[in-house]
Design a protein around this ligand. Structure first.
Ligand code: NDP
Length: 253
């Protein structure tokens, strides 16, 4: 069982790398890169966000909470971080979106649903099957865990702030794009993605297991190519786009 699970997980991580390479050439067709043909029927974006993210909110915690694992403060900490992110992403973010009526091709929420279910399953299964007893309370006070929690929380704040700045760019009824300003937008085009990647890097540091590492790889696989595509798009669209701004990592990328 041990071998089969980790074989699947290794395959899943490999798939994440392949998806990253593919996304460098094919832009995920939603938002500014929306394609109306070839990606399935168009559906409501707000409901898609809710329906594709709620399974992530539930899967991992349910597997842990319904297992025989004796829960410790450590479980409470990582489930709280998980809940913090996914309550926002599945139940708060979609209702705060400025609804411009722009739809999303159904293939995007379907891929996201599979991604969320698979990640939730891998995280939950690895936790209850192989690590139920291997996270003593002292783990929580280790330098890696403390660093992981800090990176996660800073990433969460960066992501929230960046999403809020984007939301406030449009007045009610507006549909166009503007140059985002303030916060980490001073240095990068996509601080929302930077924050999200920091969150799951911090989470991987906290859990120090393969499924958390795989989740981090998949997040980078989705968001790094999209950040590069957004950045190119901004530079082509706005002649006055700040030249010092990078795509994802200040002064570097
Ligand atoms: P985008 O930055 O593409 O868009 C976010 C929202 O802001 C959309 O409503 C968009 O409108 C609007 N917007 C973006 N740029 C501008 C602008 N310059 N002017 C006006 N409005 C703008 O983000 P995503 O939709 O890709 O992602 C949303 C959140 O979900 C992010 O926080 C991201 O981190 C997270 N996410 C996480 C993933 C993961 O793998 N963990 C994968 C994908 C997203 P419009 O729709 O019209 O473009």
């Amino acid at each position: 069982m041990f071998d089969t699970f980790f074989l699947f997980l290794a395959g899943w991580i490999l798939l994440g790398f392949l998806v990253m390479v593919a996304l460098l050439f094919v832009k995920a067709p939603y938002g500014r890169h929306l394609k109306t043909k070839g990606w399935g029927t168009l559906v409501n974006a707000r409901w898609s966000w809710i329906l594709m993210e709620i399974p992530a909110l539930l899967t991992f915690p349910l597997i842990v909470l319904c297992s025989n694992t004796s829960l410790s403060v450590f479980h409470g900490v990582f489930l709280t971080l998980w809940g913090l992110h996914y309550v926002n992403r599945s139940l708060v973010y979609p209702f705060r979106m400025r609804s411009t009526g722009k739809p999303i091709p159904i293939s995007i929420p379907l891929f996201a649903l599979i991604f969320n279910l698979a990640n939730g399953f891998f995280l939950g299964y690895e936790m209850v099957s192989f690590h139920a007893l291997s996270y003593p309370l002292e783990w929580l006070y280790s330098p890696t865990s403390i660093l992981g929690i800090m990176v996660f929380l800073i990433g969460f704040v960066v992501n929230l702030d960046a999403d809020r700045r984007l939301r406030n760019l449009r007045k009610p009824g507006e549909t166009g794009y503007k140059i985002p300003q303030g916060g980490l937008y001073r240095w990068v085009s996509c601080p929302n993605y930077l924050g999200e990647i920091m969150e799951w890097t911090g989470f991987a540091l906290l859990l120090c297991n393969l499924s958390a590492l795989s989740f981090m790889v998949w997040t980078i696989a989705n968001l790094l190519p999209r950040a590069l595509a957004h950045h190119r798009w901004y530079r082509e669209k706005f002649k006055t786009y700040p030249s010092e701004r990078r795509a994802l990592i200040p002064f570097f990328l």
